[in-house]
Write a protein that binds this ligand. Structure first.
Ligand code: HEC
Length: 175
């Protein structure tokens, strides 16, 4: 059953009953994304590749899904639920045509990453994030945490719609 209290509506740290560290003015809490208090993991850019994806429409981006060692191991072994400490990073860039590559191919066919848009993080901590299936979520632009409670409140309700066997995760490992 997935009737967690904060899946039903826009979640805040309070409505999700999350035990976040107290926010001190001007402290290192500045690194925390809204609602879940997730920070950008050190070294995530060097993590291994789980898969890639492309979103059209208003997002119109191209993305890479990376995982820390724990997440990659679980993906490869098919371990579900994911173990505590597993972190998945979704990096996205604008999806832009490459004139330079198209000139080589002799026709318009090449798309490459443009400017980075944002990095989204899913981190498994079954106790701290018990109210949201054990997952905490964060979003970062230019390395800075997104402070929007509405945005961060939208993550868990939608990820609750992922196939149940995949533990709130949409991505499948690309072999
Ligand atoms: C409307 C539904 C929806 C919302 C809201 C949403 N996601 Fe996702 N998310 C998806 C889907 C679908 C995918 C897989 C496709 C893709 O990567 O483009 C995904 C992929 C991901 C991934 C890669 C791992 C996985 O679960 O597949 C991460 C990390 C992630 N989202 C984090 C977040 C964060 C953080 C937020 C909130 C700021 C968020 N998502 C909001 C639907 C959603």
């Amino acid at each position: 059953m997935r009737s967690f209290s904060c899946f039903a509506r826009i979640a805040t740290a309070a409505t999700c009953g999350l035990a976040l560290a107290p926010m001190g003015a001007g402290s290192t809490d500045d690194a925390r994304s809204a609602v879940f208090g997730v920070t950008l993991p050190t070294g995530y850019r060097d993590w291994r590749l789980i898969s890639v994806a492309q979103e059209a429409g208003s997002l119109n981006d191209i993305r890479a899904i990376l995982g820390n060692d724990s997440a990659v191991r679980a993906f490869r072994d098919g371990t579900r639920p994911f173990p505590d400490g597993a972190i998945i990073a979704r990096l996205a860039w604008q999806h832009v045509p490459s004139a330079a590559n198209n000139a080589i191919f002799g026709q318009a066919q090449s798309f490459v990453p443009g400017a980075a848009t944002n990095v989204q993080i899913s981190i498994k901590d079954s106790r701290r994030y018990a109210e949201t299936g054990g997952w905490g979520y964060g979003q970062f632009e230019d390395g800075k945490p997104n402070r929007s409670e509405a945005l961060l409140g939208s993550c868990a309700p939608c990820h609750a719609r992922a196939p149940q066997f995949n533990d709130f995760v949409f991505t499948h490992y690309a072999p």
